[in-house]
Design a protein around this ligand. Structure first.
Ligand code: AMP
Ligand code: MG
Length: 422
C-alpha cells in the first residue's frame, strides 16, 4: 500500500499536472523536521524560531517622550491663551528627572526620557518660547500628546515573535530589545545533492568532446545555502544504475531531502524509475509548465534512513525554475517555516511580444524597468531552458498563466522578482 497520498492525483492528466496542484501536493505531503538548538542572537539570523519568544518585559519599559520638548501637566494649560510655567530641571534619556512636577511647573525633556511623575503631556520644543525664567506654552495642546506608553510596542508575558518565523534583522532587533541573548531555533535542514549525467565534467577538468561542465551543482548549492540548509554535495553520478543506487542510499541515510538534477526526462527515466521503485516510493510527473516539465518526487529509503527526493530536470534553467517553484516551498515547510512566505507577483507592462501556447504555465526570464512611473518588463531574449545566462541577466520571472496564449507588446503580465528586500 502506498504511504504517500499519490492516489489523490489519480485524476490528473498524465501529460499535464498543473503547477499549482503539484506545489500544493508537495506542501500537503511533507511535514517539518524535529530537533532544536539554542543559538546566540546573531547566529539566529535566517534560522527558524522553534518556540515563541515571550516578552519578559514591557517595551518600552516606562512611559517616555516621543519628542524633544517640555513635560507639562495638561490641567495647568489654558485652553485659549498662553500658559507660563516654571522650569524645574531636565529629563534625559536614561537619566530621569529627580522630582515630581507640581502645579505650574514644567521640565525640559529629551526624546526617550522617562515622563516625570506628575506630567501627562509633552509639548514640542519648536512651539515653546523661553522668556527669562518662564516657559511659555501656546494654546491648542492635546492631553497625553507625544508620549510613548509603557508596553505599547510589546507586552510582558505575550509572544513577541511566533514560532515558525524565519528570523530577519528586524526580529534580531526585537529579541535584543527584550534583553534576550539566546533563542531556540529548528535544526538546519540537511539536503544532499548530486548531478546525474555521463556528459558532465567537473570544474578543473578539460572539456571532452560532447561534454558540458556541471553547472547545476553550483546553482543548487547557491539556492540551498541561501535558504539556510546544510548542503551535502555528493558530486556527479554517472547514468548507471549501480552508481545511482549507491548515491541514493548514501544520500537517504545522511539527509532530510535529496535534490538531483537530470535523468528524469522521458528518454532517461526508465531505469531511474525502476530503481526508485525499489528504493522507495517516487512519482514521475509531467508538469504543464515551461521550462521544467519532468520532475520526480517521493521518498527514498525507510524510517531514519529515509529522505524526501526532488528529482529535478537536467536543463540548467529548468533546475532553477523547478527549485524555486516546487522544491523551495517544500523545503521551507520541512524547515518549519510557518506560515510560508507569500510569493508575491505584481503586474508589469510587457515591452515585447511573447510567443506562447495555451495549456501550460511559462516562467520566462525578464528585466524590470520603470517608464513614466510604471513598471515594465522586457524578456531577456532567447528563452531556451539550457540558457543559464538568461537567469543571470534577469531580475524576475515573467509568469504567464496556463490559459493565456500569445502576449502582445503593451499587455500586462505578472512578474515575480528574484530578490526580496529583507
Ligand atoms: P537530462 O534531464 O538529464 O536529460 O538533461 C537535460 C539537459 O541538461 C542535457 O542537455 C544535459 O546535458 C543538461 N544537463 C544535465 N545536467 C546538467 C548539469 N549538472 N549541468 C549542466 N547541464 C546539465
Ligand atoms: Mg542526463
Amino acid at each position: 500500500m502506498s504511504a504517500l497520498p499519490f492516489t489523490c492525483l489519480d485524476d490528473y492528466d498524465p501529460d499535464a499536472l498543473s503547477v499549482a496542484r503539484a506545489r500544493q501536493f508537495l506542501l500537503d505531503t511533507v511535514q517539518p523536521v524535529t530537533g532544536h538548538e539554542r543559538v546566540f542572537v546573531r547566529e539566529a539570523l535566517g534560522r527558524v524560531l522553534a518556540e515563541d519568544v515571550i516578552s519578559p518585559v514591557d517595551v518600552p519599559a516606562h512611559d517616555n517622550s516621543a519628542m524633544d520638548g517640555w513635560a507639562v501637566r495638561f490641567a495647568d494649560l489654558s485652553p485659549d491663551g498662553e500658559t507660563r510655567l516654571k522650569a524645574i530641571g531636565t529629563a534625559f534619556a536614561g537619566r530621569p528627572l529627580d522630582a515630581k512636577l507640581g502645579a505650574g511647573e514644567t521640565a525640559r525633556i529629551m526624546t526617550g526620557a522617562m515622563i516625570p511623575p506628575g506630567a501627562d503631556c509633552v509639548v514640542i520644543q519648536e512651539v515653546v518660547k523661553v522668556e527669562d525664567d518662564r516657559v511659555v506654552i501656546p494654546p491648542g495642546q492635546q492631553p497625553a500628546q507625544n508620549i510613548r506608553r509603557a508596553g505599547e510596542d510589546l507586552q510582558a508575558g505575550k509572544a513577541a515573535i511566533p514560532a515558525g518565523r524565519r528570523l530577519r534583522p528586524a526580529e534580531l532587533g526585537v529579541i535584543a530589545s527584550l534583553g534576550i541573548a539566546e533563542v531556540s531555533v529548528r535544526r538546519r535542514l540537511r539536503v544532499a545533492l548530486f548531478s546525474t549525467g555521463d556528459e558532465l565534467c567537473s570544474l578543473g577538468m578539460p572539456l571532452a568532446a560532447g561534454a558540458v561542465y556541471d553547472s547545476n551543482r553550483y546553482t543548487l548549492w547557491g539556492m540551498l545555502t541561501r535558504l539556510g540548509c546544510e548542503v551535502i554535495d555528493m558530486g556527479v553520478v554517472k547514468d548507471d544504475p549501480a552508481a545511482l543506487e549507491a548515491a541514493l542510499r548514501e544520500a537517504a541515510a545522511s539527509s532530510d531531502a535529496i535534490i538531483t538534477s537530470g535523468g528524469v526526462s522521458v528518454g532517461e527515466a526508465d531505469f531511474v524509475k525502476q530503481l526508485m521503485a525499489q528504493l522507495g516510493e517516487v512519482a514521475f510527473w509531467k508538469i504543464a509548465m515551461k521550462p521544467g516539465k519532468p520532475m520526480a518526487f517521493g521518498k527514498i529509503g525507510q524510517g531514519k534512513e529515509s529522505a524526501w527526493l526532488f528529482g529535478l530536470p537536467g536543463n540548467p534553467v529548468a533546475v532553477m525554475v523547478t527549485f524555486y517553484q516546487f522544491a523551495q516551498p517544500a523545503l521551507m515547510k520541512l524547515m518549519g517555516i510557518d506560515p510560508l512566505p507569500k510569493l508575491p507577483t505584481f503586474a508589469a507592462r510587457c515591452a515585447a511580444p511573447i510567443k506562447k501556447g495555451k495549456g501550460r504555465t511559462e516562467f520566462q526570464r525578464g528585466i524590470l524597468f520603470l517608464e513614466n512611473g510604471e513598471w515594465c518588463v522586457r524578456p531577456t531574449g532567447h528563452q531556451g531552458s539550457g540558457m543559464l545566462s538568461s537567469m543571470a541577466k534577469a531580475d524576475c520571472f515573467i509568469v504567464l498563466e496556463a490559459e493565456r496564449g500569445k502576449i502582445e507588446a503593451g499587455e500586462l503580465v505578472q512578474v515575480q522578482t528574484f530578490e526580496g528586500l529583507v
